[in-house]
Design a protein around this ligand. Structure first.
Ligand code: PLP
Length: 398
């Protein structure tokens, strides 16, 4: 047994979150793609079966009231809230992240008022955020200015209406400084919209503590809600009365069943709703969130950093020298819960890794991405993944 295998065993034995793996349906595959699609929580199949057979099949329309379908978007929002450092009543679940980026960004621009004609967007962002921001700018008659997060402080000014930023870069795994950037945006009199897709469920976000204005995120990555599970929208409580939705569907009306001709927005988080919620996905997500019972996000963060540190250590020890280069920052303060390695033949390498039951993903043109989900990944998994990666890298020299 190698020293690193022994070390993995010791780290697993001392891991306070080690037992949580049993809350998931997993096999012998080393699953390092939970930053793309979280694994299935073991309680979800039975919960979904109940929703389909009993709530829908037997109670039918009565379930909107009796099974709590109607209030699910706010109720599940309150369940996500502690994971992102938000008090209750500020998060609503529904629609995709893309749609929520649109709602949040347009609403932020409307809050900023006519005098501010520029939107700053993270130029390194996940493509959908950039596409949506471009359309939001066109619709609101603002100019879109792509900047890197490091350039944001210098780019801010009297013209800035809103800034759309990613908490963790999906490609490199770089964690951006949410407290400092939010403070800078506020100092310029603008509104900060954060995309939490790659941070929620992996590290503390502190939305309330840091005074974030609006935030969005998906639930199928570190929150394990299942493929296409609905996203969420956070609007800080004192801004809710000024949240002017660009998609004011009947579900966000003050009196949805009044069927009135004139729109009057609901107060609070429900103002962020649009149309009928996707109940099957939403209630699968609600069940999936039960895996967080008794789990502190601080403990998750501590383990996440230990896992990514250990992966880097094992890759350094095992991989042929110079064969891969990490593009993930070494500093803990700048690292999310993934490690991204660059090599010219990354696509081919990932295909071979998956054949050998180490599942990460490939991001064009040359990045190998490995996501570490502290709820179900252990240190022995990390050592094995690095060992198999080194084998593949040694065999397939480009
Ligand atoms: C995963 C991800 C999305 C996904 O958007 P959907 O509308 O849910 O498909 C958006 N933004 C970022 C930064 C992401 O990582």
């Amino acid at each position: 047994m190698s020293d690193l295998m022994r070390k993995a065993g010791e780290l697993d034995a001392a891991d306070p979150l080690g037992g949580l793996r049993d809350r998931f349906v997993l096999d012998d595959v080393v699953y390092l793609d939970g930053n793309s699609l979280g694994a299935l929580p073991a309680n979800v199949p039975a919960a979904v079966d109940d929703v389909v057979r009993r709530q829908w099949g037997e109670l039918r329309i009565r379930s909107w009231e009796e099974s709590g379908w109607w209030t699910a978007p706010e109720r599940i929002g309150d369940r996500i809230a502690p994971l992102v450092g938000a008090a209750a009543g500020q998060i609503v679940v529904g629609d995709s992240t893309s749609v929520n980026v649109f709602k949040a960004l347009v609403a932020a621009v409307r809050m900023a008022g006519e005098g501010r004609d520029e939107i700053l967007v993270d130029a390194t962002t996940f493509p959908t955020d950039g596409y949506i921001a471009e359309s939001a700018a066109r619709l609101t008659g603002r100019t879109l200015r792509p900047v890197t997060p490091a350039e944001v402080p210098a780019a801010l000014g009297e013209r800035t209406a809103a800034v759309l930023l990613n908490h963790v870069d999906y490609r490199t795994g770089r964690l951006h400084d949410l407290p400092a950037l939010t403070a800078a945006v506020h100092a310029a009199g603008a509104y900060a919209v954060w995309d939490l897709c790659h941070s929620a469920g992996a590290l503390p976000v502190g939305l309330d503590e840091h005074g974030v204005d609006l935030a969005v995120g998906c639930t199928y990555k570190y929150l394990n809600g299942g493929p296409g599970s609905p996203a969420y929208l956070y609007v800080r409580r004192d801004l809710q009365a000024r949240f002017d939705s660009p998609l004011p569907g009947w579900n966000s009306h003050a009196e949805p069943f009044g069927m009135r001709g004139a729109y009057e927005p609901a107060s609070g988080a429900p103002r962020g709703r649009v149309g009928t919620p996707d109940i099957l996905s939403m209630l699968a997500l609600e069940a999936a969130l039960e895996v967080w019972d008794g789990v502190s996000i601080e403990a998750v963060r501590a383990k996440s950093l230990a896992l990514t540190d250990f992966f880097e250590e094992c890759v350094r020890a095992y991989a042929p020298p110079g064969r891969v280069e990490s593009v993930t920052p070494a500093a803990h303060a700048e690292r999310g819960s993934q490690v991204a390695l660059r090599c010219d033949d990354a696509g081919d390498v990932m295909k071979r890794l998956i054949e050998r039951e180490v599942v990460g993903d490939f991001r064009a043109p040359d990045v190998l991405r490995f996501g570490f989900t502290p709820l179900y990944i252990g240190f022995a998994d990390v050592e094995r993944a690095a060992r198999v990666l080194a084998e593949v890298l040694g065999e397939a020299l480009p």
